[in-house]
Design a protein around this ligand. Structure first.
Ligand code: AMP
Ligand code: MG
Length: 311
């Protein structure tokens, strides 16, 4: 299957495959037609850049300019893993794949399937998450199949459920002071000991990164984030059947539906997008996401995704 995927990619086809974050829709980073097809398949705005996935630092250097000592140190510490680094792009990365920008976000994914395909293919593969634009990111091959059920010749490599479950941290090293454009697993206190001061996004009104519009990663039914201490009252006043994505709580009773979430951040991340899809399939008419009390660390990224799902 790995060889078959690499062969299809060489002919300009796109292939869905797992990374540790979410499933992606991959194609040759240098093939304009293939990149355009990925945007069309997703319905993704042309201005929203894709992440270029690389096998290692050597491949990253063939796709970027200025992969300097800071980038080397970050890659040594976090690659393969959920950190995408934005740097000026070399012509190997076609402009259509980065929304016409002069930069590209590169990362080495920590999934044996993605790494094996990258090795067989031999150069960078660009990918967005393998979902229709604005919808919930897929974390299993079944999710990808649901998203693209009208496309029957899409090869989906099965690597099981993603171990990490939410999108990578995107760190811009192309500007004077490094800036996180999208929060993810790797936070400020992981980055600043290695590269010094890092600007964090103003999470609710950032426009530094294209595609990080307020509403994103969202289910197809009305979705609201709700404070735990208001849940009882909110459910009491709720006139439609509602799914509650939350923590051990007895407040949710029929006709409402409970989707139980783990309390630990990493387990929460791994489960989050699947929970949103369960809510969609439940037959209910609305979703409440109970806002976790915890802050900091991975919760920064999780609060960001909860906000975008319910924007
Ligand atoms: P997705 O593929 O859906 O995970 O989206 C990738 C996201 O990474 C984009 O929506 C941007 O927010 C960010 N990104 C990727 N490449 C760049 C870039 N060259 N400059 C700034 N942000 C980027
Ligand atoms: Mg996406």
């Amino acid at each position: 299957m790995i060889e078959e995927a690499a062969r299809l990619l060489k002919t300009g086809k796109c292939v869905a495959m797992p990374t540790e974050t979410v499933y992606g829709l991959f194609c040759d980073s240098g093939n304009e037609q293939a990149l355009a097809a990925v945007y069309a398949m997703k319905g993704r705005p042309a201005s929203n850049p894709l992440i270029a996935h690389v096998l290692d630092v050597a491949m990253a250097k063939r796709t970027t300019f200025g992969f300097d000592a800071r980038a080397e140190k970050l890659a040594a510490k976090f690659w393969p893993g959920p950190l995408a680094i934005v740097l000026p792009r070399r012509p190997e990365i076609a402009a259509v794949g980065v929304g016409g920008r002069g930069t590209v976000a590169v990362r080495a994914p920590a999934h044996p399937v993605a790494l094996a395909v990258l090795e067989a293919f031999g150069s960078a593969l660009s990918a967005p998450s393998a979902n229709r634009s604005g919808h919930i990111s897929p974390t299993t091959p079944q999710h990808v199949a649901e998203e693209f059920k009208d496309i029957d010749d899409l090869l989906i490599l099965d690597g099981g459920a993603c171990s990490f479950g939410i999108e990578s941290t995107v760190l811009d090293l192309s500007r004077a002071r490094p800036m996180v454009l999208r929060p993810g697993a790797i936070g400020e206190h992981d980055l600043s000991p290695i590269i010094g001061a890092v600007t964090m996004p103003h999470l609710t009104k950032q426009d530094a990164s294209p595609g990080t519009m307020a509403k994103h990663y969202a289910p197809s039914l009305p979705c609201e984030s709700v404070k735990a201490d208001t849940l009882t009252r909110r459910l009491f006043n709720q006139t439609v059947r509602t799914v509650v994505i939350g923590f051990a709580t007895d407040e949710v009773s029929a006709p409402h539906i409970k989707v139980e979430m783990p309390c630990e951040a990493q387990a929460y991340a791994q489960r989050f997008y699947a929970a949103l899809r369960e809510a969609e399939r439940s037959g209910a008419s609305a979703v409440f996401i109970v806002i976790p009390q915890e802050r900091g660390g991975l919760w920064v990224a999780l609060h960001d995704r909860i906000r975008r799902a319910s924007a």
